[in-house]
Design a protein around this ligand. Structure first.
Ligand SMILES: *Cc1c(COP(=O)(O)O)cnc(C)c1O
Length: 429
């Protein structure tokens, strides 16, 4: 489990359901990324956590933003990012959105088709474009393959067309898929990009930047069966460093490197304080009796990805309890509102109202939330930043000094909290 002491303390002090963001933790993750990949600039993928305080924190650290719509661009500007550090990273955009982005001052646009290049030339004359190459998404929990990106040969055509239309062909990008678990994915994407860089050079098209996309993994999540994911982060960084050198050598001219991490910067520094709605034992149609632990929040208000991975759970009021395997589910009348196949060990004595901490769920939580599906509202958010604390929407600077934090109870967990469903199937009968 990945959690800072500050986050644990904030969760222990919370008496109502909420999602808590550790701003200092997010800033530290950003600083670590820059240390690991010298020469890199970050364009945070806003959709992963469009929370003003998080964006301000990253902007103060010098990060820019990968925005996907005029509304995101406006939010990035008000977070304090200089306009030349905000790009329109969505390859899908209407004429209106291109014009709006241009009017807001954005000059860097992602593209992957001739149609889009023609629209950019008309509605954002003279803009800079970077072309997104397709990847197969292999090795990622969520591949981003068919909907985006073009082939290497199309990329050359598109960049030549951009130049002919008065745009500046400025860069190349890719996205290896979200929560990418293999270094090989970056290896092969960089190799493919190197081929395009060479082909463009032969046509006299010299780029000024490469965008290595998002996809860097969260560290504290579990797979759908509750096994630790253990992403090979050091290997991924090594492959990217090597790739940066390789691309610089091919370009022959100075190249800037950008990356658009979303999940990696925020996932492990956000956690939810929820509570137990009910622990019940119901006989299933197959005849076996199964325990179900229903939480106060789920797929539709904070845990959108709960059927694709598992977030570690902590039951802070049940130290040393007797644990039983259960299916974890949210509170709504939708059967997708549940963890995937893996069972999770939960305290047998868990009672309605008991607090539950849901860890490493800071990415894609507030953005993927419904407006009251079944009457379950979006979770309120709070933030901590060293010894400052605040509530969502409150101005960042006008916070009173934080109360000294209540000492956190030391929640005792059994050593292996999460179990493979198959390994404990016998225990269900
Ligand atoms: C979603 C997205 C990202 C961020 O992806 P993560 O896997 O969260 O890092 C980066 N770039 C683009 C273009 C995206 O659409």
């Amino acid at each position: 489990m990945y959690v800072t002491t500050a986050l644990r303390t904030a969760l222990a002090a919370a008496t109502e359901d909420q999602i808590v963001f550790d701003l200092a933790g997010i800033a530290e993750r950003h600083a670590t990324l820059l240390r690991e990949l010298p020469g890199l600039s970050v364009r945070f993928a806003m959709k992963a956590c469009p929370v003003d305080e998080v964006l301000c924190t990253l902007a103060q650290q010098g990060a820019g933003f990968d925005a996907a719509s005029p509304a995101e661009i406006a939010q990035a500007i008000s977070a304090g990012a200089p306009i030349d550090t905000i790009h329109f990273g969505n390859t899908i955009k209407s004429d209106q959105h291109i014009a709006d982005a241009y009017r807001l001052g954005v000059r860097d646009f992602a593209t992957d088709s001739m149609e889009d290049v023609r629209a950019i030339a008309r509605h954002a004359p003279g803009a800079r474009v970077f072309c997104r190459l397709a990847t197969d998404g292999e090795g990622a929990l969520w591949g981003l393959s068919r909907k985006f990106g073009c082939t290497p040969s199309d990329a050359v055509r598109i960049m030549a067309a951009a130049r002919a239309a008065g745009l500046t062909p400025a860069g190349l990008s890719f996205h290896v898929g979200s929560q990418q678990m293999t270094a090989e994915a970056w290896r092969s994407a960089i190799d493919r990009l190197a081929g395009v860089l060479t082909a463009l050079g032969r046509r006299g098209i010299r780029l000024d930047h490469i965008n290595l996309g998002g996809g860097l993994p969260a560290l504290g999540c579990l797979d759908r069966y509750g096994r630790r994911l253990n992403p090979p982060l050091d290997k991924i960084f090594a492959v990217i460093r090597e790739g940066m050198q390789q691309l610089r050598a091919i370009a022959g001219t100075p190249l800037d490197f950008l990356m658009e991490p979303g999940r990696h910067l925020v996932a492990d520094h956000g956690a939810i304080r929820a509570h137990v709605a009910r622990l019940s034992a119901r006989e299933q149609l197959g005849g076996e009796r199964a325990h179900w632990l229903y939480l106060s929040c789920g797929k539709f208000n904070g845990l959108y990805e709960m059927d694709g991975l598992q977030y570690p759970l902590v039951f802070p009021t049940h130290s040393g309890a007797h644990y039983i395997p259960a299916v974890i589910a949210g509170p709504t009348c939708d059967s997708d509102d549940a963890y995937g196949p893996g069972l999770v060990l939960v305290p047998e004595a868990a009672a309605s109202g008991d607090p539950v901490w849901i860890m490493s769920c800071g990415a894609y939580a507030t953005s993927y939330t419904t407006q009251g599906f079944n009457g379950f509202s979006p979770l309120p958010y709070t933030w901590i930043d060293g010894d400052r604390t605040g509530r969502g929407g409150a101005p960042l600077t006008a916070q009173p000094a934080a109360q000294p934090p209540a000492p956190a109870p030391a929640p005792a967990q059994p050593p292996a909290q999460q179990l493979d469903a198959a390994a404990i199937a016998g225990g269900l009968a």
